[in-house]
Unconditional design. Structure first.
Length: 557
């Protein structure tokens, strides 16, 4: 009995200890959100959200289609009325490379002028037989891809081709498990669910490498359907298809997932998956992570006939869809009707504005990663070409591309101005995912460990600012400076380069690093520029494979 009492007491104290630790961690995370005077600090994304009118917030929910191959007053008016989050491009919008570049560039300029946010420029570029841009060297169908390396190369080459044009979102790959006779059979990977998921990882990673967002589709699947559900009837399946291939694919962290417009009777007997709160909850339960949920086309012939477009968009939003795809085959009536429906439903309380805000905030966060440099300059190189360019004097005339991607962990706001005089350079990579160069993967690991540098430089030379310079960032750990000082986080700025222990930084990264260091030096009296290894004896080679001679020679130019 005495032993039992002792065990109970020990367990009670252990539970109290765990709760105290959790509460302390919660306070440590939360304190960064409060100023000394008690005012809540907003992230840059929250500030952007709060600066948008209700109409502009609702517009961000939509990716719309339109008629025409060039910007017209009618299209400009459409964009300024709906304020869409993105556009989807079809053959009706595409003539040749120069025309498409200019069209996308013109659309982006309108969006930036209208609401300060770039557009998702989306396309279905799956390879044969769905290949909207015919001149790209992109004929390989998903059915022909046999291994991960091939999938990665297809994603990389496809991504490069899209990036050159200014497209930033590919609605591919297709992950439906199909059999011969299914209407998606020729568009699908071959193999069992595990093999399909691994192939998808490779393709997603290739697109990510060059900055193309990925939408995997169509969750949970159109498998077993022989007819086109957009033009005949809304399909009804008694049982939900296999979904483990989606779960496997999400290890590569695609940014969006598209839902299927199918009734799965074991989930919801009355509503298509896209319209069903039970369906969207099922998706969120089965697929973990940070991503946007996008509908399949809500202006399809069958949905309009059976539900009306107005009801379709309202049901989809209420169910939990983040991004509403309206292809607009009756343009401009479909996108305008859909926008007005959501606006009206929000104003009358049928849709909560908080639900709108939740989706728009996620959209804004993702848009922080969009680079528009290829749409502004027809002669600009692809991301992979830039990575292989030598450090030439002319390259330093290009502006440094810094994208705000602030995190809410691993840093705190100091009570007074920080006496910054040190820059610490690190290396990092995604050790948990399939693509070591994944920006999202690296940041996810930072979150796990509760750390973050001030800046992260990806393989394309894009600089992501994760923590404001005025804030203390937990990047240096315990260590000692050459002059004997400790508590290095309190007076240093941390910069991390994405590379592995076997593959060092590339030229694009060195170029951006030099520019960034020069920028920081123009703001502060920097006394030390050190590697992590110089302050932490246990990190003997960090930054890995770093060429200090090359870095220093460029820094003094």
């Amino acid at each position: 009995m005495i032993v039992k009492k002792k065990i109970e007491i020990i367990l009670i104290f252990a539970i109290i200890g765990i709760l105290c630790t959790a509460f302390y961690s919660f306070l440590r995370i939360q304190k960064i959100e409060i100023e000394e005077n008690g005012e809540v600090i907003q992230t840059e994304e929250e500030k952007t959200l709060n600066n948008l009118s209700l109409e502009k917030k609702i517009g961000q929910l939509f990716i719309i289609g339109f008629e025409g191959k060039k910007l017209t007053p009618e299209i400009e008016n459409l964009l300024k009325t709906i304020h869409p989050g993105g556009v989807i491009l079809f053959s009706r919008n595409i003539e040749n490379e120069n025309q498409l570049k200019k069209l996308i560039s013109d659309l982006q300029k309108i969006s930036l002028e209208d609401n300060g946010l770039p557009l998702f420029a989306a396309i279905d570029q799956e390879g044969e037989p769905v290949r909207r841009i015919k001149w790209l060297n992109d004929k390989t169908s998903q059915a022909e891809i046999r291994n991960t390396e091939e999938a990665y190369q297809v994603g990389l080459e496809r991504g490069n081709g899209l990036k050159r044009l200014g497209i930033n979102l590919n609605l591919a790959p297709v992950l439906d498990i199909t059999k011969e006779g299914d209407f998606l059979y020729n568009r699908s990977f071959r193999g069992n669910p595990e093999e399909i998921g691994i192939l998808a990882q490779g393709l997603i990673s290739g697109q990510k490498e060059v900055g193309i967002f990925t939408t995997v589709k169509h969750f949970p699947g159109y498998g077993g359907i022989s007819f086109n559900p957009e033009i005949e009837i809304v399909p009804i399946l008694e049982k939900t298809p296999e979904i483990s291939q989606f779960q496997k694919a999400f290890e590569a962290k695609p940014e969006l997932i598209m839902t299927a417009n199918v009734i799965y009777s074991d989930i919801d007997k009355n509503l298509p998956f896209t319209f069903s709160p039970k369906g969207i909850q099922f998706l969120k339960k089965k697929i973990k992570g940070e991503y946007l949920i996008i509908s399949d086309d809500l202006s399809s012939k069958i949905l309009e006939e059976e539900f009306t477009l107005k009801n379709s968009v309202i049901l989809a939003k209420k169910a939990g869809i983040d991004v509403l795809l309206v292809a607009g085959w009756k343009q401009p009536e479909d996108p305008l009707e859909a926008f007005d429906a959501i606006l009206g439903a929000t104003k009358n309380g049928e849709i909560r504005e908080e639900q709108i805000n939740e989706s728009v905030l996620k959209i804004i966060r993702l848009k922080q990663e969009i680079s528009l440099e290829t749409t502004d300059n027809e002669e600009s190189a692809t991301a992979s070409e830039k990575s292989s360019q030598p450090l030439e004097k002319g390259n330093f005339n290009e502006p440094l591309n810094i994208i705000n991607k602030f995190v809410n962990w691993g840093h705190e706001i100091p009570s007074q101005n920080r006496p910054i005089d040190t820059i610490i350079i690190h290396s990092t990579y995604d050790a948990l995912g399939t693509n070591p160069y994944s920006v999202d993967g690296v940041i996810y690991e930072y979150k796990i460990y509760g750390v973050s540098p001030h800046y992260l430089i990806d393989r394309n030379g894009t600089v992501f600012q994760l923590v404001e310079e005025k804030n203390i960032a937990y990047h240096a750990g315990s260590g000692e400076m050459p002059d004997g000082r400790t508590n290095i986080n309190s007076f240093s700025i941390g910069i991390e380069l994405i590379n592995t222990k076997t593959v060092g930084p590339n030229e694009a990264q060195y170029l951006s690093l030099v520019k960034l260091v020069k920028l920081i030096k123009s703001r502060y009296e920097i006394k030390y520029i050190l590697g992590h290894n110089e302050i932490a004896p246990s990190r003997k080679t960090d930054p890995w494979n770093f060429d200090w001679q090359e870095f220093n020679s460029e820094l003094v130019k």
